[in-house]
Design a protein around this ligand. Structure first.
Ligand code: PEP
Ligand code: MN
Length: 335
């Protein structure tokens, strides 16, 4: 971290400020005396340093981090890719994993039927919401605990591990037998939830918040990892921009950026990014080309009558075609 002091800063002020930094943050402080101003260089682990507090000091002209504030999620300290294993499935090992299934679990027939179909098309994980974060309180809120039971039935029928969203800390015990716990975009900065998920030994699918910067997203991953759970999968699901044609704007660049900054696996969600089923294929292909380790795609047996997100859901037949193209693209990419 580099701190530029104001020209009027006295030697005494500089010394007492440096002592405070050393004491509070256990860092070394290097001093460069320039003609007009003095620059301090903080050496050591600066993740604990409160940059806003430093910036607010009267004697400080400006402050800049030269190292990222996240450590455990940072590729600098963990150069090799993290591979997350769920049963026989390995996410982040260079293969392409597709999580597919309905936005919401609606009935046993629905989830079992879709699970069988997406499995036949090559999906390696089954998605399905039991607790739904809906914009309107009057919209379908999910089958809740019954939805979790139906997902388990579908897992038993197909062998596909299940991915489903948690919305509150008190539900963690109820999610005991879920294979991957999803933290939705709206909860990306629910820090209490993230801290509790840091204490369990289960993969967490962390979606990017609607308005989260890449650094904020990685700091949320850091929350989970700081608690001891290093099994975090990141999911780019589109962010809110001024564009209204699509439901969100898929930030394709975030995929290679996050893969460069972090060792965690990154997947993309072309369904929530677009809001339109006809766009899913192109966005999914672009995500794979950009280096995504996987995709999460909404598939429904009867999209016009889906209880949530029908407009962006593929039919099993459409999914089959898209999955074939995705696997073929993946195998054609130069390693
Ligand atoms: C979902 O996966 O159905 C969902 C609600 O996703 P997001 O949190 O990305 O909106
Ligand atoms: Mn959805």
């Amino acid at each position: 971290m580099i701190i530029v002091l104001k020209p009027e800063c006295t030697k005494e002020q500089r010394i007492s400020f440096s002592e405070m930094l050393k004491e509070n943050y256990d860092v070394k402080v290097n001093v460069w005396d320039g003609v007009h101003s003095t620059v301090l260089g903080l050496i050591g682990d600066t993740t604990q340093v409160d940059i806003e507090y430093i910036d607010a000091q009267d004697i400080v002209e400006s402050v800049k981090r030269v190292q990222e504030p996240y450590k455990k999620a940072n590729r600098k300290f963990h150069p090799e890719n993290t591979v997350i294993e769920v049963g026989n499935v390995k996410i982040g090992d260079g293969s392409l994993n597709i999580m597919a299934g309905p936005c919401s679990v609606e009935s046993e027939e629905q989830i079992v039927e879709i699970a069988k179909q997406v499995k036949a098309s090559g999906a390696t994980l089954l998605r399905g919401g039991a607790f739904k974060p809906r914009t309107s309180p009057y919209a379908f809120q999910g089958l809740k605990a019954e939805g979790l039971d139906l997902l388990k039935i579908a897992r038993k029928e197909t062998g596909l591990p299940i991915v489903t969203e948690i919305m509150r800390t008190s539900h963690i015990d109820m999610f005991e037998s879920v294979d991957i716990i999803q933290v939705g975009a709206r909860n990306m900065q629910n820090f209490e939830l993230l801290k509790e998920l840091g204490k369990i030994d289960k993969p967490i699918l962390l979606k990017r918040g609607l308005s989260a910067t890449i650094e904020e997203w990685l700091m949320s991953a850091e929350y989970i990892m700081a608690g001891g759970n290093s099994k975090v999968i990141l999911c780019e699901r589109g962010i809110r921009t001024y564009e209204t044609f699509t439901r969100n704007t898929l930030d394709i660049a975030a995929i290679p950026i996050v893969k460069r900054l972090s060792h965690l696996p990154v997947i993309a969600d072309p369904s929530h990014a677009s809001g339109k089923s006809w766009l899913v294929e192109d966005l999914a292909m672009a995500s794979v080309a950009a280096g995504a380790d996987g995709l999460i795609i909404e598939v429904h047996n009867d999209p016009p009558h889906a209880l949530s997100d029908g407009a962006q859901s593929l039919t099993p037949k459409q999914f089959d075609k898209v999955a074939k193209k995705l696997f073929s693209l993946k195998s054609s990419l130069v390693k």
